[in-house]
Design a protein around this ligand. Structure first.
Ligand SMILES: [Zn+2]
Length: 212
């Protein structure tokens, strides 16, 4: 959603659950897609009273919500969409407590939605994911003079590597927990499994939701 998408745009675009479901269906299956049963390029039509669409030829059902964060939820899709809208539009970040108030749901529900949407948005931002190895190192401009005084002048670098995938290297001010953990949070998806050495800065990574 772009930044000029106002709340009234949002209300017009997604006035009810069916409009939200249609958007999810379009994102996942497009206007037309190949039916898994009859193998024809088909338009799928909404099945009344259900979150399913049926093939125009053979009636085979597809379920746009299956495998998404909206699957089996008792919270209306409009509330989910409104929560996503709020979290995407609020630059400073909205809290689960604010979601509770805005959506009129329990705190428990707001917290669960908050976390699922956060993960969803992290995936979107193309963060490193899967098995990610992290390591800190000091780079010495002149390796011949490795006195302790010079170690302070040397630059700390921090590497994050997806197994079999992408890598990121960042210059960091230090290798302290207050530097490394936010760097990981900014670059690695919360769904990733993080591998590191025993360096103390990684010890509490699980508190940030990472499998470590
Ligand atoms: Zn079909």
């Amino acid at each position: 959603m772009n930044e000029n998408f106002t709340i009234s745009d949002f209300m017009r675009r997604f006035p009810d659950n069916d409009a939200c479901l249609e958007k999810i269906k379009l994102d996942r299956f497009g206007e037309q897609s190949i039916c898994a049963k009859c193998r024809k390029e088909s338009r799928f039509y909404k099945v009344a009273g259900r979150t399913a669409y049926a093939c125009q030829f053979c009636g085979n059902h597809i379920y746009p919500l299956a495998g998404t964060i909206f699957d089996k939820t008792t919270t209306p899709l409009t509330s989910w969409f409104y929560a996503i809208y709020l979290m995407a539009q609020t630059r400073a970040g909205i809290s689960a407590k604010q979601l509770e108030r805005e959506l009129g749901v329990t705190y428990k529900t707001a917290w669960r939605m908050f976390n699922q949407i956060r993960k969803l948005m992290a995936d979107d931002n193309d963060l490193l994911n899967g098995d990610v190895e992290v390591d800190e190192a000091y780079f010495h401009p002149n390796p011949q003079k490795r006195s302790s005084a010079q170690a302070h002048k040397s630059e700390a670098v921090f590497g994050m590597v997806e197994r079999g995938g992408r890598a990121r290297v960042k210059h960091v001010k230090s290798t302290g927990v207050r530097v490394l953990q936010p760097t990981i949070a900014k670059n690695v998806a919360p769904t990733a499994r993080v591998y590191s050495d025993e360096h103390g800065s990684y010890r509490t990574l699980n508190r940030r939701g990472f499998k470590h």
